[in-house]
Design a protein around this ligand. Structure first.
Ligand code: NDP
Length: 335
């Protein structure tokens, strides 16, 4: 019987929290042979709603769920954490400017980063979902301190990656397992670069480049626009946000980080820019790259040729992340 691992979900009573906790408890991330303790962090007013979720967890009778610990105290939540899904964040309100949003979220991710640095295991994997995810992740890493390293942190760009797979597969009438090597570069925001220029698709007559199987002008125009605005389209159609697909993206990102990426493919992950500054992206921000993961070690896929259109987008999204960092550092008085 496996020793339980400690898995933290913040904002656990929210929409994404509700969509993710049952799948984690079932084994969709860490496998069916891994026992799990769920540490569920919420703000005090949301604890009664969280209690309802916990009743449902019990009623699912998941064999691998060893324990459920609800709390409003970050120090308790992150104690001995192995994996953290940081989902709870302050929502943007009407009329709120970006620096106010960064300040509000900076406060949340400061407290959580400090608790993670002090109380989580040194091998912890921290995945930030709450928006603005890349910059919240940067703040969290900053306050976690030097006892944790770059390899402990990532922010979620997997939803955009999965949206690309889904849309290409739909246009070519194949299942998504036939589509490989899409990339999301940069920030999880409107400036993200949805790059299909290295993607391949397995069709009846062999493996082809997606550039060619679909028109390049569409892929760099209307297709990319559709992916970047998908969240808004779901809200318009459903009257509620894309919580299920966001939860699924967090599940797939953590699963590949924990268990390795599939042979012959890569995934997109926003990570602290490594020391060798791949593709000329400067250190000090959390930027999404194509990566492979082997036994928990994340490596950026190097040496891909990027056309001028993609390169211009990569620079623009880098500039936005640098500006977000400056605004967050000013709001939090970080030197
Ligand atoms: P959701 O669960 O819908 O969303 C949570 C965060 O995920 C938001 O920042 C949201 O960004 C982000 N997100 C990323 N991708 C997506 C996507 N595709 N679709 C929707 N959201 C996405 O929010 P709720 O308001 O339902 O729940 C938030 C919970 O967090 C509440 O229960 C609240 O009590 C809790 N909370 C906890 C905190 C803590 O633990 N200290 C602090 C603050 C809140 P966006 O806003 O851009 O949609």
């Amino acid at each position: 019987m496996s020793t339980p691992i400690n898995v933290v979900i913040t904002g656990a009573a929210g929409q994404i929290g509700y969509a993710i906790m049952f799948r984690i408890a079932k084994g969709d991330v860490f496998g069916c042979n891994q026992k799990i303790n769920l540490h569920l962090l919420e703000i005090e007013p949301a604890l009664p709603a969280l209690n309802g979720c916990i009743m449902e967890l019990q009623d699912c009778a998941f064999p691998n769920l060893a324990g459920v610990f609800p709390t409003a105290n970050p120090e308790e939540a992150f104690k001995d954490a192995d994996a953290c899904f940081l989902i709870g964040a302050f929502p943007r309100k009407d009329g709120m400017d970006r620096s106010a949003l960064l300040q509000k979220n900076g406060g949340i991710f400061r407290v959580q980063g400090e608790a993670i640095g002090k109380f989580a295991k040194k091998t912890v994997k921290v995945l930030v979902v709450g928006n603005p995810a890349n910059t919240n992740c940067l703040i969290c890493q900053h306050y976690a301190g030097a006892s944790l390293k770059n390899e402990n942190f990532s922010a979620m760009t997997r939803l955009d990656h999965n949206r690309m797979l889904g849309e290409i597969a739909a246009r070519l009438n194949v299942t998504t397992d036939k589509v490989k090597k899409v990339i999301v570069w940069g920030n999880h925001s409107n400036t993200q670069v949805d790059d299909a220029s290295h993607a391949t698709v397995e069709l009846a007559d062999g493996v082809k480049a997606v550039y060619g199987a679909l028109p390049q002008a569409d892929l760099e125009g209307e297709f990319a626009q559709k992916i970047a605005t998908r969240g808004g389209a779901v809200i318009k159609a459903r009257g509620a946000s894309s919580a299920a697909s966001a939860a699924n993206a967090a599940i797939t990102q953590m699963r590949d980080w924990w268990c390795s990426t599939p042979e012959g493919d890569w995934v997109s992950m926003a990570i602290p820019v490594p020391d060798d500054e791949p593709y000329g992206i400067k250190k000090g921000i959390i930027y999404s790259f194509p990566v492979v993961v082997k036994q928990g070690v994340v490596e950026v896929v190097k040496g891909l040729e990027c056309n001028a259109h993609i390169q211009a987008g990569m620079k623009k999204t880098e500039d936005e992340l640098i500006a977000e960092k400056q605004a967050a550092y000013e709001a939090l008085n970080i030197q």
